[in-house]
Design a protein around this ligand. Structure first.
Ligand code: AMP
Ligand code: GLY
Length: 429
């Protein structure tokens, strides 16, 4: 079997690594891939960009690819699944209609309302004056969200009315995120612990993966601006295995039902970002793909044949039951370039990855690296995701940080508290 993975981050490195373990897989092409995927035996990087749909279809045809696995949201919202379907090639991802769940927050809110999924109360505005008038009446705190894709920056938690009005001005009038901000969602601020629930979906059925928790803020103790994610672990004690089915019933399966009714069965990963509030779980957002870095610890734990599962999903025949996974805990720590998520230096030399990978149950996934003349250099803001398995969260965390310490990269940093929230919850503090 020949597979094509689309993307170049840590999530895609983990996908390539796991797909290569599939019993039927001999080659995984990666478009465009990174320094880590280049080093996986059986993987071949091909320089095609994630938004070059024509180039991706040509590549899949030319290489007789049996399964396409898009990593990031962009090719999905642009319609890669529809294009591969036209070419008769299996693609493990939602069609353009379903991808709007991530591409438009207003669309997602409407669907949640129809499907009776619990979420924050909200109002949707296409006009800055009307949004401002609503805020003056409803007051603060309040959450303002640009409707479209804004690279994770389109959400403002406004503590005061003034901040909220400023956010409306910034998003709708100054158009800081371009057309993504022509519509805004204004919603109630929820309190609680966040957790991610990802399900493999075949249009009708949803099989939950174990829970995972991301760390979105750049600095320790959840301080500083939001990032793509500075680390993740699985399972998150706030969402134990015993609750997965119930939560999938509340937050994922109703959405599949509504989409199927509309003639667009959802295939791929449906990711519900949840806030566990004192009044029960609430959906903050949907993603239509694996999260990065949640994917890395999740795939370290998954024990099934991933490419076979993905093909089953595309053909609407995911097996009933639960996904086989290790009972161990996985922790992934992101090493990033200084300055991220703002501007940062590139081209730093990275050393020590082989030493880290030789430690027991450690795998270093590359997020932003490239090989140049045999040397491994940083090429992105998030550079590595150092991931380890352990008997429990404390052991996995210790192993991940021991591995991080064997790696040297100038002008880099990482959070020191990945998994700390889970450890506090487990110890009842
Ligand atoms: P989103 O892109 O909708 O996931 O928002 C990004 C982040 O903003 C989430 O991970 C939360 O930390 C925060 N957030 C979004 N919506 C809310 C809300 N209604 N209440 C509190 N925090 C929120
Ligand atoms: N780590 C969050 C995301 O992938 O959207």
């Amino acid at each position: 079997m020949r597979v094509l993975v689309i993307g170049s981050g840590g999530r895609e490195h983990a996908l390539v690594w796991k797909l290569l373990q599939g019993s039927q897989v001999d080659t995984v092409f990666v478009a465009p891939g990174n320094g880590g995927t280049a080093g996986e035996k059986g993987a071949v990087n091909v320089p095609v960009a994630v938004d070059d749909l024509d180039g991706l279809v040509d590549l899949a045809r030319r290489e007789h690819v049996d399964l396409v696995v898009p990593g990031p949201e962009l090719p999905l919202t642009l319609g890669i699944t529809d294009r591969m379907a036209e070419a008769g090639i299996a693609c493990f991802g939602p069609d353009t209609h379903c991808a709007r769940l991530e591409g438009s927050k207003a669309f997602a809110k409407k669907l949640m309302e129809r499907a009776k999924v619990p979420t924050a109360r909200c109002a949707v505005f296409h006009d800055a004056k009307a949004a401002a008038a609503h805020i003056r009446t409803a007051g603060a705190p309040v959450v303002i969200k640009a409707d479209g894709l804004a690279a994770g920056k389109g959400v403002v938690i406004a503590q005061t009315e003034e901040d909220a009005l400023h956010a409306i001005e910034d998003i709708m009038t100054s158009r800081s995120f371009g057309a993504a901000g022509d519509t805004v969602v204004v919603e109630e601020l929820l309190e609680g612990e966040e957790v991610s629930l990802l399900c493999l979906c075949d249009g009708t059925h949803a099989l939950p993966l174990p829970s995972a928790q991301d760390h979105k803020r750049v600095f320790d103790n959840d301080r500083g601006p939001n990032t793509g994610g500075m680390g993740a672990y699985s399972p998150a004690p706030v969402l134990p295995d015993a609750d997965l089915e119930r939560l999938a019933d509340i937050t994922v399966r109703p959405i599949l039902r509504v989409l199927a009714e509309d003639g667009h069965p959802f295939v791929g990963v449906l990711y519900a970002g949840l806030m566990m509030t004192p009044d029960g779980p609430r959906v903050l957002e949907y993603n239509v793909r694996f999260g990065d870095p949640e994917c890395q610890p999740l795939l370290m734990r998954l024990e099934g044949d991933l490419p076979a599962l993905m093909l089953d999903a595309v053909h609407g025949r995911l097996p009933a039951g639960t996904l086989p996974h290790s009972s161990r805990t996985a922790v992934g720590v992101v090493m990033a370039a200084e300055g991220y998520p703002g501007s940062y230096a590139k081209g730093m030399t990275i050393k020590g990855i082989d030493t880290a990978n030789a430690l027991p149950d450690v795998k270093v996934f590359h997020s932003g690296t490239k090989l140049k003349d045999g040397a491994l250099l940083s090429s992105g803001g998030r550079v590595l995701c150092v991931t380890a398995l352990g008997r429990d969260l404390a052991e996995a965390q210790a192993r991940a940080y021991d591995a991080v310490k064997t790696i040297s990269m100038p002008q880099s940093f990482y959070r020191h508290d990945i998994g700390a929230k889970g450890i506090r919850r487990l110890s009842g503090r």
